[in-house]
Write a protein that binds this ligand. Structure first.
Ligand code: DC
Length: 225
């Protein structure tokens, strides 16, 4: 059966992972949350008091304790560092606020991109991140760039945090999101930007099911060709 690669990029909390997960399930494809990999690397760095200026020790740790994915009994994707489950800790504020600095390290990106490309070899895939359409899967048949206003994204993250039992302040979240957007789009390696052949979709005020329907329609057209 013909399968395709679907790349979904965009800034923090633009809805990428929510829609990517649904599309992967509907199509029977693998879903890969690349942000979780940068978060796992950041978690490891913070745990071992490694600064972004001295990444060599982090690279060694990534060799020793590889990042991998698993599935819980109820089908949720789990993230591991070595054999430690870091699914929940990588969502903590401490990691969220430090991740841009570690994601800007070229050697860290090189390592994680290679792993992402290896996972994509397995067949149909929906991958979300910041550089999927531009760097990781430049030949992806479908590239989507999701955007949404800072206010709406902060509100989404606020709700998500509350559901996860993580404390949140809406105004602080707005500032953090704007800050992370700036850092992710202004770094010298693989900055956040839409690929030339991507479709940009503004999800402000659009329901998850409508975003999913839009992307799935595009994907089906490609599959029917
Ligand atoms: O999608 P997220 O918020 O979980 O991503 C966490 C951070 O990882 C984000 O601030 C930027 C970085 N990231 C990246 O640089 N490249 C990717 N492909 C995915 C995430």
């Amino acid at each position: 059966m013909k399968t395709i690669q679907i790349a979904i990029d965009g800034p923090a909390s633009s809805g990428k992972s929510t829609v990517a997960k649904i599309i992967a399930k509907d199509f029977g494809y693998t879903y890969l949350d690349t942000g979780a990999m940068y978060r796992a690397a950041t978690y490891m760095a913070l745990k071992n008091q490694i600064s972004p200026e001295e990444p060599s020790q982090l690279l060694e740790l990534l060799e020793q304790y590889p990042i991998s994915f698993g599935r819980s009994e109820n089908g949720e994707q789990l993230v591991f560092v070595g054999d430690v489950d870091v699914t929940n800790p990588i969502r903590e504020n401490e990691v969220t606020n430090a991740v841009s600095a570690f994601a800007a390290i070229p050697a860290v990106r090189e390592k994680l991109v290679a792993l992402q490309q290896e996972i994509a070899q397995q067949g149909g895939i929906v991958m979300d991140g910041r550089d999927i359409g531009t760097v990781v899967l430049p030949d992806a048949e479908l590239k989507i760039f999701l955007v949404a206003s800072v206010d709406e994204r902060a509100e989404r993250r606020y709700k998500e945090n509350l559901e996860r039992g993580i404390s949140a302040d809406l105004e602080v979240l707005k500032k953090e999101i704007a800050d992370r957007d700036y850092k992710d789009s202004h770094r010298s390696v693989s900055p956040l930007r839409p690929a030339d052949d991507s479709i940009t979709f503004d999800t402000t005020g659009v329901s998850i099911s409508d975003v999913v329907a839009f992307i799935e329609e595009k994907a089906k057209k490609i599959l029917d060709k």
